[in-house]
Design a protein around this ligand. Structure first.
Ligand SMILES: CC(C)(COP(=O)(O)OP(=O)(O)OC[C@H]1O[C@@H](n2cnc3c(N)ncnc32)[C@H](O)[C@@H]1OP(=O)(O)O)[C@@H](O)C(=O)NCCC(=O)NCCS
Length: 185
């Protein structure tokens, strides 16, 4: 077990840039999360239920708190700085304290797509994961048909490592998964 990671994960961080603020989730976020999670948003998400209700958001926040205490994941609210509202979620999860790796996942409410918010949020989380948590490797698994997500990973210099054919069954069909990663230098 990597003691450094355990110590560094003792307090929930807030990560800030000029356009986004990534912060701890609270129960006050439940209604807006439930509003953002539409059919279009869950289309490419592997483990988010739909229809998505307020109780699903509450369960997610409760799970986030438990898993943060267990040093396994950080689920950040993404606030858009110019409107000061929650616009999405970004997660650093499956934090592996033996192999020093973690997975990122993210979504934004559809009204906020194509404004650079995911690209910037991923940049902040990766920088934190490498510079503060001292993780060695960050990876993401995306549907190969999810062009916007593939692009935001490219823009953050994650490299395609491989793929899994027909490995997720969703909306009555099988999807191929692409795995991309970046390593600390
Ligand atoms: C994927 C997602 C997070 C991207 O967030 P975003 O804030 O819109 O992303 P950004 O604005 O930072 O960047 C989007 C990039 O994808 C490109 N893009 C968007 N739609 C595209 C498409 N259909 N084909 C190709 N590129 C596309 C944009 O042009 C932009 O690239 P550019 O800056 O080079 O022009 C957002 O679309 C989303 O939440 N989708 C639903 C949930 C999801 O798929 N999550 C990821 C699961 S792994």
């Amino acid at each position: 077990m990597n003691i450094d990671v355990l110590i560094r994960l003792s307090e929930f961080p807030t990560l800030v840039s000029s356009s986004v603020r990534l912060r701890r989730l609270g129960y006050k976020d439940i209604p807006i999360i439930a509003r953002h999670v539409t059919a279009e948003v869950v289309r490419y998400l592997m483990d988010v239920p739909y229809p998505y209700k307020m109780i699903d958001a509450k369960r997610f926040i409760d799970k986030s708190r438990r898993n943060f205490k267990a040093k396994m994941e950080l689920n950040f609210a993404i606030d858009f700085v110019s409107t000061r509202t929650l616009v999405g979620i970004i997660s650093l999860h499956k934090v592996d304290q033996i192999n020093n790796s973690g997975q990122i996942s993210y979504w934004l409410g559809q009204n906020y797509w194509n404004m650079g918010i995911a690209t910037e949020s991923i940049r902040l989380v990766i920088r934190y994961a490498f510079n503060v948590l001292r993780l060695h490797k960050i990876y993401a698994n995306v549907f190969d048909s999810n062009k916007a997500s593939v692009r935001v990973l490219e823009k953050n210099h994650l490299r395609k490592e491989g793929g899994l054919v027909d490995s997720v069954f969703k909306q009555s069909r099988y999807h191929n998964i692409l795995n991309s990663s970046e390593k600390s230098h």
